[in-house]
Design a protein around this ligand. Structure first.
Ligand SMILES: [Fe+2]
Ligand SMILES: [Fe+2]
Length: 180
């Protein structure tokens, strides 16, 4: 818009917001790798596998936003990433932290959608709908996992492993869950 050669389909405000979100999705990916490794250290392989799958999904989310920025002629600027938390007091604490991050991400996705709506940017709105649906799934599945861990209790984590092993191949962890 500033230059006659600039035919960008993305506003500076939306580009800034999506660039920040690219960083958050990569941070989430690193955080879930870190949680998965923590579960491996606890000899809980199904919980580890669940979080490795989530980490792959978060990287895929980041790349969807990257693709959107480049497709619309925006400038990709990935900021500094925060180091992931490595230590957790318990399985419940690790999964509760993951649930808190998903709720936080949902708030950010909603805020990005607000910008698209204010700008009447229907291209962005259509793109962001996928993430709105994805966040409903992610918050729901993480909340269920947290509840299952609470019900099992610290001595009953093998029940959680069994629960995950039984449901892993089924749908329910997101619209575009990659194969494990
Ligand atoms: Fe995500
Ligand atoms: Fe997520």
């Amino acid at each position: 818009m500033s230059s006659p050669l600039n035919h960008s389909l993305i506003s500076p405000a939306l580009a800034d917001a999506i660039n920040l979100q690219v960083g958050r999705e990569f941070e989430a990916s690193l955080q879930y790798v870190s949680i998965a490794a923590w579960f491996e250290g606890e000899s809980l392989p199904e919980l580890a596998a669940f979080f490795y799958r989530q980490a792959d999904e978060e990287r895929m989310h980041a790349m969807k936003f990257v693709r959107y920025v480049t497709d619309t002629g925006g400038k990709l600027r990935i900021g500094a990433l925060a180091a992931p938390q490595a230590d957790f007091a318990s399985a419940e604490e690790a999964v509760t932290a993951a649930l808190a991050w998903e709720i936080d991400v949902t708030r950010h996705i909603n805020a990005i959608m607000d910008i698209a709506l204010q700008e009447r940017d229907h291209i962005a709105g259509q793109f962001l709908q996928w993430f709105v649906a994805e966040q409903r799934e992610e918050v729901s599945s993480m909340s269920t996992l947290r509840d299952v861990i609470r019900r099992a209790g610290p001595q009953g984590l093998l029940f959680v492993e069994d629960y995950l092993a039984r449901r892993a191949p089924a749908a329910g962890s997101g619209p575009a869950e990659p194969a494990a």
